[in-house]
Write a protein that binds this ligand. Structure first.
Ligand code: ATP
Length: 238
């Protein structure tokens, strides 16, 4: 059974033409899939619709065979689906430790929450060194790591990640994507990773899908996509 799927999903803004148009996606449990597409292709819109933040005009979203289509964002999170939005959203007034505990507030009782926070420090050593640092003092890379770790505190089965490398230096990007790959391999997490950084995303994912004109126009093993300059040129703008 697929871990995560959407069927015939259509999403648009106001009376405008659909941004996502009858989209089909199927992800196996533990798969890391890169979601690629030129600027404005609709990657953010798709992730937001999957998370329940943008209403779908039609179609359905399934997690582990369960139909999430009519659930609120909060209930989708409770069901195991989490979104890390673009923009390294952490609470800047709180410390690293407080941000992590906040992420696990409803999922864990106090003692289990402490253990889960320690687990995050193991996964993200740079955060361990910054436990007591306030959010606003973190570097871009550290902030993005914290946003990712905080989402993992909710113990999602499926994680939707919107452009985690945006604005990060190459070294910070490599570190973040490395941690993501290790986490997915270790925990069996299923990941849909939207990225403009095609090379980085394809180095982490096993599979890449390319979004164009509201639909998936290529769905191939990551290594194959990475080696296809014609496809890059046609759909990714370089
Ligand atoms: P980027 O990589 O630039 O973030 P994207 O692939 O994530 O692009 P979206 O942000 O989903 O693309 O945008 C897809 C289309 O939907 C664009 O044409 C955009 O102008 C439009 N759009 C996005 N958000 C809104 C909104 N709130 N209201 C109206 N149109 C929107």
């Amino acid at each position: 059974m697929s871990a995560f799927a959407c069927k015939d999903l259509t999403v648009g803004y106001g009376d405008g033409a659909p941004v996502i148009d009858g989209l089909e996606l199927d992800m196996a449990e533990g798969a890391v899939v890169a979601l690629l597409g030129a600027n404005g292709a609709g990657k953010t819109t798709l992730l937001r619709a999957l998370a329940g933040l943008e209403p779908a005009r039609s179609g359905a979203v399934f997690l582990g065979g369960r139909d999430l289509t009519n659930l609120s964002t909060e209930d989708r999170v409770r069901s195991g689906l989490s979104l890390v939005p673009e923009g390294r959203s952490v609470v800047v007034e709180l410390t690293v430790d407080e941000n992590l505990r906040l992420g696990g507030l409803w999922r864990h009782r106090a003692r289990a929450r402490k253990a889960a926070v320690e687990e995050m420090y193991e996964l993200f050593p740079p955060l361990d060194r910054r436990r007591d640092a306030a959010g606003h003092t973190l570097s871009g890379g550290e902030r993005q790591m914290l946003a990712l770790a905080r989402a993992l505190m909710a113990r999602p089965e499926v994680l939707l990640l919107d452009e985690p490398s945006l604005g990060l230096a190459p070294q910070a990007t490599a570190q973040l994507l490395g941690v993501l790959r290790a986490t997915a391999a270790r925990t069996g997490l299923t990941v849909l990773l939207a990225e403009q950084n095609v090379t980085g995303a394809l180095s982490v994912a096993q599979r890449g899908v390319v979004l164009s004109l509201g639909a998936i126009v290529a769905d191939r093993p990551a290594a194959e996509l990475a080696a296809d300059p014609a496809l890059r040129h046609a759909y990714l703008g370089f």
